[in-house]
Ligand binder design. Sequence first.
Ligand SMILES: *[C@@H]1O[C@H](CO)[C@@H](O)[C@H](O)[C@H]1NC(C)=O
Ligand SMILES: *[C@@H]1O[C@H](CO)[C@@H](O)[C@H](O)[C@H]1NC(C)=O
Ligand SMILES: *[C@@H]1O[C@H](CO)[C@@H](O)[C@H](O)[C@H]1NC(C)=O
Ligand SMILES: *[C@@H]1O[C@H](CO)[C@@H](O)[C@H](O)[C@H]1NC(C)=O
Ligand SMILES: *[C@@H]1O[C@H](CO)[C@@H](O)[C@H](O)[C@H]1NC(C)=O
Ligand SMILES: *[C@@H]1O[C@H](CO)[C@@H](O)[C@H](O)[C@H]1NC(C)=O
Ligand SMILES: [Fe+2]
Length: 456
Amino acid sequence: MMDLPGISIVVVVVVSLIVNAAVLCNGGITSSFVRKVEKTVDMPLDSDVFRVPPGYNAPQQVHITQGDHEGKGVIISWVTPNEPGSKTVFYWSEKSKHKNHAEGKIVTYKFYNYTSGYIHHCTIKNLKFDTKYYYEVGIGHTPRQFWFRTPPRVGLDVPYTFGLIGDLGQSYDSNRTLTHYESNPARGQTVLFVGDLSYADNYSFHDNNRWDSWGRFLERNVAYQPWIWTAGNHEIDFAPEIGETIPFKPFRHRYHVPYKASGSTTPFWYSIKRASAYVIVLSSYSAYGKYTPQYKWLEKELPKVNRSETPWLIVLMHSPWYNSYNYHYKEGETMRVIYEPWFVKYKVDGVFAGHVHAYERSERVSNIAYNIVNGVCYPVNDQSAPVYITIGDGGNLEGLVTNMTEPQPQYSAYREASFGHAIFDIKNRTHAYYSWHRNQDGNALEADSLWFFNRY
Ligand SMILES: *[C@@H]1O[C@H](CO)[C@@H](O)[C@H](O)[C@H]1NC(C)=O
Ligand SMILES: *[C@@H]1O[C@H](CO)[C@@H](O)[C@H](O)[C@H]1NC(C)=O
Ligand SMILES: *[C@@H]1O[C@H](CO)[C@@H](O)[C@H](O)[C@H]1NC(C)=O
Ligand SMILES: *[C@@H]1O[C@H](CO)[C@@H](O)[C@H](O)[C@H]1NC(C)=O
Ligand SMILES: *[C@@H]1O[C@H](CO)[C@@H](O)[C@H](O)[C@H]1NC(C)=O
Ligand SMILES: *[C@@H]1O[C@H](CO)[C@@H](O)[C@H](O)[C@H]1NC(C)=O
Ligand SMILES: [Fe+2]
């Protein structure tokens, strides 16, 4: 049995004593952590986290992501509300007084009767590795300054710490998840976000003001460290009943990713290298069958990964392949059938998904022997297979999923319906430490953890 903390703790949210024990089923552990079942509600628009920064045309919703394939580029994005304003970004390294500048582009879009602000995207390139940079946007009216640190040069033994967050939304629980991530002493340097961002589509007419409020909520983190974006079903925003028939319209205008740098033809699937990790982002909601653009891209992409350079191969997608909750059950199955043999062949280390609003970690298993006639259709232990982790527990307004399939399948190592985030902490070419942190706990507590040993 796993070493779970047997202590009792008083939690503000739960306002009751929680005894943390574990129950063994056929498979792994189904946590018996008890929480008060309460509704997860969105923070009202006048909440502190949604405050509009003061000043005429002040840039808001500032966010950054990687801007090239190896970490020397950053895409800086922000929104100006009153007029387009300056497209310029000033940036300078900590050690230099010389201000560089780059010019971005502005996009706008309409969604039903909503008109967006002026959405700026500016890619700055050829930065120095492992360097702190300051940057300034809103030149001319209300300048605002932020900073980020570039990752170290790509290489075999380079330590790096990724945060893992999914299905975040903008509820009080979302705010708890983000706060918990920010205070985690493991200090995530970049967030791998597994899809479902704002949940604006939960509002009448997909009220896109909730995309704006989400952008303002997240700024306190994503203006300072890159978030790597994966598209989820709540990004589709397909609403023919109000004349909105182009999928992913708000997401695509607001969240730019460096897809061209990895030879991709759309922002929904792409890859980046960062330190000693190679991260492949896939789209559960774009065609992925044989002959499709995503299939062809992935088929060429996997052999390109040089594990002597980036020993850690991570895949992000929204809909999980191995999910033993009743919710969204088997939605990832067709993609699994098509791509799983590749993941085993190329020894993917970890596959991180969201969608199911709970937490689950699998054993290393594969289910690739079935050939229609042989009846061999069970997941089996396979040391070449990835560990599958569902981390859709960011805290959005739809609340937690608690209904699990019983008995727990063999492949399921640990599952629990609680909100939280995880950390993937790469130590060197052979070791990475993974931990999951539920929101009710203090920083020192890891509700689930695992050493990853690289098999390359
Ligand atoms: C958009 O339409 C809805 C429903 O008719 C209405 O409540 C809302 O005020 C409108 N918003 C704008 C910006 O016109
Ligand atoms: C969100 O969390 C931050 C940081 O803990 C806190 O300052 C803020 O008051 C919270 N806002 C809401 C609406 O819960
Ligand atoms: C928003 O989400 C809640 C909780 O899942 C659901 O009950 C409600 O119907 C949703 N509203 C819309 C307009 O989608
Ligand atoms: C893989 O990366 C290593 C380390 O950077 C390099 O020496 C080697 O040439 C690369 N292999 C290929 C096939 O590019
Ligand atoms: C859990 O899901 C199963 C299958 O969908 C359903 O039959 C069952 O009633 C659900 N249980 C609860 C407590 O909701
Ligand atoms: C890699 O990291 C692990 C865990 O910190 C450590 O035990 C191991 O000695 C390291 N290996 C090398 C070659 O430094
Ligand atoms: Fe989802």
